[in-house]
Each structure stands twice: as structure tokens, then as C-alpha cells.
Design a protein around this ligand. Structure first.
Ligand code: ADP
Ligand code: MG
Length: 376
């Protein structure tokens, strides 16, 4: 295996890790100033990093073939292209925010599975950001407000350097998550709150079922949904759909109505889920997960046959609730499952996929885990 020392002819100054995430509920509402409730998972991206004092940047990942090297001044919108933009973009965004950072040698050793809807991109950005914070003494990683600033730099890296229009949920979760909690994110005012979420204590597990179908059609469809949501808000004379009622939604044109109904009902489901979790009634959130999936499938039309089958088969095998998670059109579903039934549910989902002629799904349990941290 290629190590940091072989590549860069020196030792790293340390190793930093940041987790992927799963969104428990609150899907496609980030751009409607809504609420979402993700949690960080145990899968992490790990970067080994050494500071440089000559402004050079050398980036390498064991998960990708191409490496990149250049200087801090070479980094900007669309530069570097490819995976390196996620890491380099963090340096650019921190500099643009007024922080003094130098160059780095960076090797990505471990990774959150790429493109599985578990947010490997934010994990790469956040592990890099925490390393840079530490190595150049920015003093942001030690407090929640500092971490929010690091998350903002990660969002800017993805939006402005990579050029991917992502909403910010992933980076906030990877930076701010607390083990044993989900993170309630308010996309209107940017606030966050840890909400107790310990499925194992309730005799439950969250299974993540990766359909291994990658975001077919996702780009164009994402833009269309976003546009419909903005049009619906404008038609109602509101800045967003955040505080719109169902009664108002029913006055919309037929093509906007189901889209807006998803947003409004999904935000309500997040509130209901948070109330149940705060009350220690985790086992009762299943129906909210099911309703979220139905809304995403029928009103928002972002599910896929594979995601529908994953949820249906999981429920039939004993899941208390199941829903697609992430942007849709492929990616992963989650299922809330009694601990003693996790094997049955996993094997019945696999069987259902085989019978339908789909690729074998990858199924793993997701543990609510901590946010980014230094590991050595
Ligand atoms: P997701 O965030 O859901 O995994 P994205 O498309 O947002 O999917 O991000 C995946 C991209 O992020 C990869 O194609 C790659 O460019 C980059 N990336 C993520 N993790 C790594 C890694 N460990 N090494 C190199 N590139 C990575
Ligand atoms: Mg991503």
C-alpha cells in the first residue's frame, strides 16, 4: 500500500477523520428553508496531512487514481478539477474568509463509500478543514461556532470550487454531530440542535440499504424540483414554503401542488419525529419514515423502483418504517429495524432484489456517531 512517507518523503503531522451521514428525515427541504434531521455514521474519511511553508499543495487519495499538485494561488472555481477540488477548495474558501493558511501535503487513506449517498464529499472536505484548522492554528475546531465556520468553508469549497450546488446539511452534520444524537438543522436561520437518537438503547437498528444505483437523471431533476418549490413560494407570495399551510398549498396549480405538499408535510414530519425523540419514543417514528417515503415517491417523484422495493421488502420483513434517504433516483434507503430482525430484513431485501433482477444491495447498520476529530 502507498503510504504518506513513500509519497511525500516525510512524516505526516497528524491524522484527521470526518464521518459520512444519513438523513433520518427531512428530505429535499433544505432549499425550502426547512428542517432536516441527519446523523453522522461510523464510516469516516481519514486524511494524513503535513503543513508546508512554501505555499505548495500536494493531494493524493487511495480512492482515486489521479493526484494533484499546485500552489495555493492555483486554486479557484473549477480548479483543480476532479476529486482534488473538494480538498483544495477548503484551503481556497478558508483563505477567502480571511484566514491565513499555508500549503499542505495530504493523503486520503480511508473513505466513506463514494457516491453512495452517505456524503463522502463532505467527509473529505471536513476532515481536510479540521486538519488545516489545527495545523495553521485557526482556532475554529474547538467550539461549535468555530466548527460552523469550518462547515461554511466546506460548503463554499463544494459550491464554488467543485461547482456542485449542495445545500449544507452534509457539512454541518460531519462537523457538528454528537455521538448518540441526530442533528436538527434549521435551514432558515442556520441553527442546529442535538436530538437524542440511540436506536440500540430502544432495541433497534438503522439499516442503510445502498441500492448501488447511482443518481440516474439526478442533476436535471434536482434543478426542476428546486425551481418548482421556488415557483410555488412565489405564487403564494412567500419567501419560502417554510411556514406555508396545507390549506394554502391546495390553492396552487396542479403541477406545483404535489411538490409543495411534499415540502410542507415533510417539515411537519421532522417536527413530529423530533418531538417523539425528545420524549424518548424513538420506536414510534416508523410511520413518519413510511409517510416520508410515500411523499417523496408520489408527491415529489424522486424515488426509484430499487428504492421503493428496498423499503417495501424491509417493511414486509419486520422493519418499523423505511424511506429513501438523500437526493433520490438511486442511492440509499434506511430502515428502522428491531435488533433481532436485522439479519432477516437484510436477507429478505437481498432476495427481493435478486428476484427483481437488480444488483445486490449493500446493507450496513448505521450508528449515530461523532463529528470530525483528530485521530492521531
Ligand atoms: P457523496 O457525497 O454522496 O458520496 P458526491 O458525488 O457528492 O457523492 O461526492 C463523491 C465525490 O467526492 C467523488 O466522486 C470524489 O470526487 C470525491 N471524494 C469523496 N471521497 C473521496 C476520497 N476518499 N478520495 C478522493 N475523492 C473523494
Ligand atoms: Mg456529496
Amino acid at each position: 500500500m502507498t503510504g504518506f512517507r513513500e509519497l511525500f518523503e516525510r512524516a505526516p503531522d497528524g491524522r484527521w477523520a470526518a464521518p459520512g451521514r444519513v438523513n433520518l428525515i427531512g428530505e429535499h427541504v433544505d432549499y425550502a428553508q426547512g428542517l432536516c434531521l441527519p446523523f453522522a455514521i461510523a464510516e469516516r474519511t481519514v486524511v494524513e496531512v503535513a503543513a508546508r511553508d512554501d505555499g505548495r499543495v500536494r493531494l493524493r487519495s487511495l480512492a482515486e487514481d489521479d493526484d494533484w499538485s499546485g500552489t495555493l494561488d492555483d486554486i479557484g472555481p473549477a480548479s483543480p478539477a476532479g476529486w482534488a477540488g473538494y480538498a483544495a477548495g477548503v484551503l481556497w474558501a478558508l483563505r477567502r474568509a480571511g484566514h491565513e493558511v499555508g500549503g499542505i501535503d495530504l493523503l486520503v487513506t480511508d473513505t466513506v463509500p463514494l457516491g453512495a449517498g452517505l456524503s463522502s464529499s463532505a467527509a473529505l472536505e471536513c476532515s481536510t478543514a479540521l486538519a488545516v484548522d489545527d495545523l495553521f492554528g485557526l482556532g475554529l475546531g474547538g467550539t461549535p461556532s468555530g466548527r460552523r465556520q469550518l462547515a461554511a468553508a466546506c460548503i463554499s469549497a463544494e459550491n464554488d470550487v467543485v461547482g456542485a450546488a449542495t445545500g449544507g446539511m452534509d457539512q454541518a452534520t460531519s462537523m457538528l454531530a454528537v455521538a448518540g444524537n441526530a442533528l436538527l438543522l434549521d435551514m432558515r436561520d442556520g441553527t442546529d440542535r442535538a436530538v437524542p437518537f440511540t436506536p440500540a438503547d430502544a432495541g433497534l437498528a438503522v439499516l442503510v440499504i445502498d441500492t448501488r444505483v447511482r443518481h440516474r437523471l439526478a442533476d436535471g431533476q434536482y434543478g426542476k424540483r428546486r425551481a418548482a418549490v421556488e415557483k410555488a413560494a412565489a405564487a403564494l407570495g412567500r419567501p419560502s414554503l417554510r411556514d406555508v399551510t396545507l390549506a394554502e398549498v391546495t390553492t396552487l396549480d396542479p403541477e406545483l401542488l404535489p411538490r409543495a405538499r411534499h415540502i410542507v408535510t415533510e417539515i411537519a414530519r421532522v417536527r413530529d419525529a423530533v418531538a417523539l425523540l425528545d420524549a424518548g419514543r424513538l420506536a414510534e417514528i416508523g410511520p413518519l419514515l413510511d409517510a416520508s417515503h410515500a411523499s417523496l415517491a408520489h408527491d415529489y417523484e424522486v424515488s426509484s423502483d430499487e428504492l421503493d422495493l428496498a423499503c417495501w421488502a424491509a417493511r414486509r420483513a419486520g422493519a418499523l418504517g423505511a424511506r429513501m434517504t438523500g437526493g433520490g433516483f438511486g442511492g440509499s434507503a434506511i430502515a428502522l429495524v428491531p435488533l433481532e430482525q436485522t439479519d432477516t430484513v437484510a436477507s429478505e431485501v437481498r432476495t427481493a432484489f435478486a428476484e427483481a433482477g437488480y444488483r445486490e444491495p449493500e446493507i450496513r447498520a448505521a450508528e449515530p456517531s461523532a463529528g470530525a476529530q483528530r485521530v492521531s
